[in-house]
Structure formats: C-alpha cells, structure tokens
Design a protein around this ligand. Structure first.
Ligand code: PTJ
Length: 251
C-alpha cells in the first residue's frame, strides 16, 4: 500500500500498475524499460503538462473531432495505465479501439482485450486477421481492416518510429503521446503530445468536450496553426537537468 503522502506517490502508483500488468502478461518485457525511459523524461519536464503539451492536446482534440474515422491504438503500456480513459475517449470522439502490439502474441492480445472489455469497451479491433498498410510486408505495417487500416486519424500512444512513419506515409493524421520529444515517433507524427499518458488522455477527453461544439472553421484554424516541429522545439527548451537540484551548475 503506497501512502498518499509519499513525495513520489503518482510515480509509484504508475510503477505498481506497470509491474502488475507485467506479472499478468499484459505488458511486454520491454514495456518496463520503455516506462523507465518515459519516467526519466517526465522527471526532467517537471511531471506536469507543459504549455507546449497543452497546445498539442488542443490540436489533437480538434483533429479527432474533425476526423471521419478516428481510431485509438492500444498497446500493453496503454492498457496497463489508462484502460478506462481510452474507452471514455473513444466514446467521446465516436472512435474505434484497436489493439496494436509491437511484440504481438495472441495471448497478450486476448489479455488486453479482456482489460478493455472490463473497462466498458463494446468493440475491440485488432484481435482477428490483419492487413498490411499499402502492401508493406513489415510486421510494423499491420492493421485491422475496419480499424487503423481504413482510419483517417489515429492516436498511437508510445509508438515505434517505423510504424509512425508508415502511418504518415499512408496519408493518415497521426497523433502520438510520447514523453521523449527527441524520439523518431515524436518527430514523424502530425501531432506529438509530449506528456505522460496518464495526464494526456484525461486532458484530451476534457479538450474534446470543450471543443466539440466549436464551428468547423475554428477547429481547422487550430490545426492549421499547430506546428509539430516548433512545438517539440519549445518542449526541448523546457528539459532541465537541474529541475530537482538547482544548486548543481549546468555544463
Ligand atoms: O505492448 P507492445 O508490444 O506494443 O510494446 C510497447 C512498447 C512501449 C514496449 C514498444 O512500443 C516500445 O518498445 O516502445 P519504445 O520504442 O520504447 O518507445 C516508447 C516511448 O514511450 C519512449 O519514447 C518513452 O519515453 C515513452 N513513454 C514511456 N512511458 C510513457 C511514455 N510516454 C508517455 N507516457 C508514458 N507513461
């Protein structure tokens, strides 16, 4: 039992969810390593939603509302940390949920499907036969025919760079959540939200609710104004290695 007074309470709760999910077989082994890398970036960014992340969340909400066929991709880490929030967001945007794994095994797909259904998902794609996007015969190019394959906009949290590139090349709007602003995924995406998924998805739900009734031109204007490269540049400026120990001189 982790005490709420512990200074690292939120971080410890996430670790507990991640290790639980690993024990149950939901998380890939390297999901723990990925979480550790994310944690390090989160630490350097102050463990809060930064101003550039807020802008990216607003742009992502506009893109999801404007989308005709939005799909949320779920992997092991997402299922471990925000299963209920993913189901809620899909409901808000009228979107589909697809399990799409880097380290795919039928057992993990089944376990993640169970988690999503326990949290209220009525339809979960990616559990059956997959197709190859644009005929690219790479395991990174697979997608469900009714889901990511035919989507115009995809939210792909904690994604691999190759896959993000394939999705972009196929003409889709790609939204990622990735705490590493230097990653290829962050650079390749149409909109990168550099924030912890545990904060980003709830903030995205709020932003969708706020913007849902906005005129189409306003939503298109938000998207036009958003510049992913500039947003990442602003985020990188915020990375501060002295954040928790300001008396240490930076080099
Ligand atoms: O469940 P699978 O089989 O699909 O595998 C999922 C992982 C995450 C293991 C796989 O996609 C992978 O290896 O990803 P990478 O290449 O390690 O990238 C994960 C990215 O997510 C890294 O840049 C991390 O900084 C970032 N990250 C980790 N935890 C979080 C995060 N970003 C946002 N929120 C987090 N909680």
């Amino acid at each position: 039992m982790i005490s709420r007074d512990h200074p690292r309470y939120h971080s410890l709760i996430q670790r507990e969810k991640i290790t639980d999910a690993w024990r149950k077989g939901i998380l890939a082994d390297s999901g723990m390593i990925a979480h550790g890398r994310g944690e390090a970036f989160d630490y350097l960014l102050g463990e809060e939603t930064t101003e550039p992340a807020r802008k990216a969340i607003k742009a992502a909400a506009a893109a999801l509302i404007l989308a005709e066929n939005p799909v949320i991709s779920v992997n092991g880490n997402t299922a471990a940390l925000v299963p209920a929030e993913v189901v809620e967001l899909a409901g808000e945007i009228g979107g589909k949920i697809e399990i799409n794994l880097f380290h795919r095994t039928e057992k993990r797909v089944k376990l993640i499907e169970e988690v999503l259904r326990e949290h209220g998902a009525s339809e979960v794609l990616g559990t059956g036969k997959l197709m190859h996007i644009d005929g690219i015969m790479s395991p990174r190019a697979t997608a469900s025919p009714e889901g990511i394959y035919s989507a115009d906009t995809v939210l792909v949290p904690l994604e691999d760079g190759d896959r993000t590139e394939i999705l972009r090349k196929s003409g889709k709007t790609v939204i990622t959540v990735d705490l590493n602003p230097l990653s290829r995924t962050s650079r390749m995406a149409s909109i990168s939200i550099t924030d912890n998924i545990v904060r980003a998805v709830p903030a995205l739900i709020d932003a969708v609710r706020e913007l849902r009734d906005a005129p189409r031109e306003e939503l298109e204007g938000i998207l036009r104004k958003f510049d992913n490269t500039e947003n990442l540049r602003e985020t990188i400026k915020l990375l501060d290695i002295r954040r928790y120990n300001p008396e240490i001189e930076s080099p």
